[in-house]
Structures are given as C-alpha cells and as structure tokens.
Design a protein around this ligand. Structure first.
Ligand SMILES: [Zn+2]
Length: 273
C-alpha cells in the first residue's frame, strides 16, 4: 500500500512510463547501464550546492549515432525534454543548459527585486549562504568523526581493558577545501549567472501567465497604484492631497476607471470595484 502511494502519487511515475533514446527516439536497443558519478549535474540551491546523480542508459548500435553504442544519463537534456510540462513545473528545480537552479532561490531573488533590495546585495546573500553551508558541513564532519573516534576508543577499552583505553583517537580525515573537485565541489554562483537564471525564470513565468490569460474568454481588468503623480498634487498647506492614483485597465490597456486615494487599503474604492 505504502509502496503504491510512493510510486504513483509521490514520484509521478505514471506520467513518465518510458524513457526513449535521446538520439534516435527509439526503444529497441535500449538498456539500463547502472549509475555513474561522472558528469553529475550540479544544482544551484539557495544556501548551497546540490548534485543530481542519475541512472545511465545505453542504446546499442543506435541508428541516430551511426550505429555505434550511445550512452546517456536520465538527466541529459534530451531526456528532460521528454518530461510532460506538468511534471517539470512540479519539480523544485529548473533545468538549465548544463545544470539546474532551485526554484526557492529564484523566488528569493524575485522577492528581493520586487521589494527594492539591490540585486548586488541579494547575490552577496546567496554567496554568503553558500559559504555558511560549507562551514557548517565542515564543522559537522569534524564533530561527527571526533565522536566516532571517542566511541571506538570506548569500545576498545571495554574489550581490551586499560591497554585499549590508552589508544589514541585518530585524527579526523581532512574535510577538504570549498572548491575541491574530489570533495565538497562548491562553487560561487556569480552575479551574472544569477541574473541570467532569474531572467529565464521570469520569461518562463510570463509564458504561463500569458497562456492562462489567453484561455479567459471574458473581459479581464488589471489595476495598480501609482504614487508619482499623486506626489505632485499638494494642498494649500503644502502637504500631500492624495497618497496614490489607482488605475484599472481593461484587456486592451484602456483606462476603465481611476481613483485618487488616501491609502492603498482599497477601502475607498470598494464600492467602485
Ligand atoms: Zn538510440
């Protein structure tokens, strides 16, 4: 019962019943080829790196590869493209050309951009979080290995008496540097990289919004506050007469209604809406 739930409702396996060869789009010579740590796909998360390890496949004598064997991974672009859009958008990562980014990271940047935090400061925050995660992992590693050493010593003193108790706790193995390619494999997500990712994410979201709006066959209205023009209107005493102008436009970008309002609470325009 629990297994059925995990397969069908959590992993959405029913949406991806078959993976086709990404070169020849066929199934004939396809077989599983185990797991590999080579060419892992890196994922830029909000607070640190993550790595996508996927299963390998081999298309024997692939017609799309001059009848030579073709090996590919489940996270290769050609396979990702086979995923239904519903499945891809439900993942908490978005694939890029060679890697992937976490959706929460994009939401974090987007939230900061819309609330006026400078992009430079936001990307600094992401870089700082990546280093903090590395330091925390390193500290955790040291504490864990020290604890294991103490436990080993306790065990040997139990079995061997005082001779075991005097045994030295071995030095924990080195955790390695931040960018160690054989170890932690950290990297610093640059400002230009994060800018590109955010723009791609926004474009993707825009496409979705446009698609949804195209499906609406009724009229739709959109409204927003503007503070600039209201700030120019002054009372005789020199104070502000209004806080903002609220404008409602129809689907042809024509102004349908406009209110001068004292605040942004919508209380004053409740009747009009
Ligand atoms: Zn093939």
């Amino acid at each position: 019962m629990a297994d059925d739930l995990a397969e069908d409702e959590v992993l959405y396996n029913d949406l991806v019943p078959i993976i086709y060869c990404s070169k020849c789009q066929q199934l004939n010579g396809l077989e599983g080829d185990g797991w590999t740590l080579a060419k892992v796909r890196r994922v830029c998360m909000l607070a640190g790196p993550a790595f996508l390890v996927s299963k390998c496949y081999r298309c024997n004598k692939c017609p799309g590869n001059n009848c030579k064997d073709y090996q590919f991974r489940a996270h290769d672009e050609g396979v990702i493209k086979q995923l239904p859009a519903a499945l891809e958008s439900s993942l908490n990562i978005r694939f890029t050309q060679h890697g992937a980014v976490e959706v929460s990271l994009m939401d974090f940047l987007l939230r900061n951009v819309s609330s006026g935090v400078s992009f430079a400061d936001s990307t600094d925050a992401v870089q700082e979080l990546h280093y903090i995660t590395y330091n925390r992992s390193k500290l955790g590693h040291l504490q864990y290995t020290a604890e294991r050493g103490r436990l080993a010593q306790k065990r040997s003193s139990f079995f061997m008496g005082s001779a075991g108790a005097s045994a030295q706790v071995p030095q924990p193995p080195d955790f390695g540097a931040y960018k160690d390619r054989q170890g932690y494999r950290g990297w610093v997500p640059s400002r230009s990289y994060l800018t590109r990712m955010l723009l791609a994410y926004l474009t993707e979201r825009l496409a979705w919004t446009k698609e949804r709006l195209a499906m609406v066959d009724e009229v739709y209205l959109r409204g927003d506050h503007t503070f600039r023009s209201a700030s120019k209107v002054k009372t005789a005493e020199g104070g502000k007469a209004y806080e903002a102008v609220y404008t409602v436009m129809n689907e042809f970008s024509q102004v349908a209604a406009q209110w001068m309002v004292g605040d942004t609470s919508f209380r004053e325009i409740e009747g009009g809406l």
